[in-house]
Write a protein that binds this ligand. Structure first.
Ligand code: ISL
Length: 544
């Protein structure tokens, strides 16, 4: 049986607010994407994952949806959407829509009704509970800081919101809610979209009695209390049987809280999702208090995460990503965004494109865009950073330290506009953009990358081509070597017919290394005669 299309696909993630502004209002939009369809095609990617573009008050960058069937005017019209979809399809590129299934906006008509009275027909679309001891119903904390419960004076009860208070969690126990989501998925699938990325799907089944959580480690709390609820596999199977199977669409679930031990429960063939995004490496440098509690990470731990997920997914299919709109820029987090920006960006792309699983690349990573550095916490745009700082102030945290943490792991880091050229607004817009442009646009931009044969961009294109022409990169087994080495990430990809070796030097050191065997397929340094070492951040792929 031929492998499904997504197993040999490379997927490009577009955060539309920051991709390209087509109408000159300083915010990226669908016309901007339409303008850049040929660029997307030129990358060699097979599909686009588009972050939410639906009607939304925009409290959480569009992840607070007030109408799932309408395009937010900020992004354009339904005609623009249809034109974009057609333009992608004409170029042989598929489209994956982002569906927020765990919560809606508090402005969504369901919630507007729900909060009106205890006997409103929409009351049980959400989770309403009485308070406990003159406080919230339990001790759950929101991802975005503070209690996960909000008191609503209209009926004197609290509602659950795992994210901001403007994002009430919907109640999947209610069959009417499940039907609403099935219908809205069908609406988009009937329009011809090819896949769905399901936002925080791991949290849609709640524990009935809402037990207090152990709050000592936030990422464990996600795993044990918010995600992996008792009916999660059942809800997924229902969607699979009643909707997804009929369309043959790709489904990729966002999976905070999923572990290598339980992942296959949610990826059962015919009953589950096709893929999930796991957060193993994404939580690696987070301490017990989560995102704004950074801790050092080491390469052996990083490698072990990829190893354990590869093993866990041998019977399923994985996805690989090194950054997205929720995390720091790949090269700033895992590479060296100063002296070795070009080398380390290329090395990370080599990793992304040569592991087993479908690679997802976030816009701007193909040119090595780096974290945007805020000079003051007041410049933070993202609700997560702003709320976290409000809480940190109450807790008496130091401003300079918090700013450092935000600049390391805040979500604003990776949300600045794509740098198309070195002009004032980086070719992103003709007006002042909604977020500042990274000053390094002067030398980090697509225009200059296009004309440089050795650029990160052209290296990325070569890697995509390599992946397309080497089946071993799709189906081959993964075997890690030197697991405990602190500088080297080295592995084989192999089938019965083919064997590749990938060597990645995750350090600023020159390391002795024998590269004399085999045929070098690609590398991020010019070919050299001395095959006895790996230079700083050097990456090579060798056919044995
Ligand atoms: O970043 C995380 C933890 O600090 C992740 O757990 C992330 O918040 C989580 O994966 C959910 O992300 C998704 O849903 C959010 C939205 O803000 C993110 O942009 C989205 O990717 C709520 O809809």
């Amino acid at each position: 049986m031929p492998l499904p299309w997504w197993t040999h696909a490379v997927i490009y993630q577009i955060y539309p607010r920051s991709f390209k502004d087509g109408n000159g209002d300083g915010v990226g939009d669908l016309r901007g994407i339409i303008d850049k369809l040929d660029y997307i095609k030129s990358l060699g990617v097979d599909a686009v994952w588009l972050n939410p573009i639906y009607h939304s008050p925009g409290v959480d960058g569009g992840y607070d949806i007030s109408d799932y069937r309408a395009i937010d005017p900020l992004f354009g019209t339904m005609e623009d959407f249809d034109e974009m979809l057609q333009g992608l399809h004409q170029r042989g590129i598929r489209l994956i829509m982002d569906i927020v299934v765990n919560h809606t906006s508090d402005q969504h008509p369901w919630f507007v009704e729900s909060r009106k009275s205890k006997d409103n027909p929409y009351r049980h679309y959400y989770f309403w509970r009485k308070g406990r001891d003159s406080g919230p119903p339990n001790n759950w904390l929101s991802f975005f800081g503070g209690s996960a419960w909000q008191f609503d004076p209209i009926t004197g009860e609290y509602y659950l919101h795992l994210f901001s208070k403007e994002q009430p969690d919907v109640n999947w126990e209610n069959p009417a809610v499940r039907n609403e989501f099935k219908e809205l998925m069908i609406f988009w699938l009937n329009k011809g979209v090819d896949g769905l990325r399901l936002d925080v799907i791991t949290a849609i089944s709640k524990r009935k009695d809402f037990p207090d959580s152990d709050t000592s480690d936030f990422n464990k709390t996600i795993e044990r209390y918010y995600a992996n609820g008792p009916r999660l596999s059942e809800f997924i199977a229902e969607l699979r049987e009643q909707v997804w199977n009929k369309y043959g669409c790709l489904t990729v679930g966002e999976g905070p809280g999923i572990t290598p031990d339980n992942v296959m429960e949610y990826l059962q063939p015919g009953r589950g999702l096709d893929m999930i995004f796991h957060f193993g490496h994404m939580f690696l440098d987070q301490g017990k208090a989560g995102r704004f509690d950074p801790v050092p990470w080491t390469l052996p731990e990083f490698k072990r995460i990829f190893l354990s997920w590869d093993k866990a997914l041998v019977q399923g299919w994985g996805s690989i990503f090194l950054g997205n709109h929720d995390f720091a820029r790949m090269v700033s987090r895992w590479g060296n965004d100063k002296t070795y920006r070009t080398e380390s960006a290329k090395l990370l792309l080599t990793l992304l494109l040569t592991l087993r699983g479908t690679p997802f690349i976030y816009q701007g990573d193909e040119i090595g865009m780096t974290n945007f550095i805020l000079k003051s916490i007041n410049e933070a745009v993202d609700v997560e950073s702003r709320n976290a700082w409000a809480q940190a102030r109450i807790d008496g945290k130091n401003e300079a330290v918090f700013l450092k943490h935000i600049n390391y792991s805040g979500r604003d880091n990776a949300r600045t506009p794509v740098q198309w050229d070195d002009s004032d607004y980086a070719g992103f817009s003709s007006a002042k953009p909604w977020m500042p442009i990274n000053p390094n646009k002067a030398y980090v931009n697509i225009k200059s990358e296009e004309v440089n044969a050795d650029s990160i961009l052209n290296y990325f294109r070569s890697l995509v081509h390599l992946r397309k022409t080497m089946p071993v990169l799709i189906t081959g087994n993964f075997e890690l070597v030197n697991v405990n080495d602190y500088h080297l990430f080295t592995y084989y990809r192999f089938t019965d017919e083919q064997r590749l070796f990938v060597a990645l030097n995750f350090s600023e050191e020159t390391l002795p290394f024998n590269l004399s065997e085999g045929n070098r397929l690609i590398g991020n340094y010019p070919l050299k005669s001395d095959l006895s070492m790996l230079r700083p951040w050097e990456a090579v792929v060798i056919q044995l």
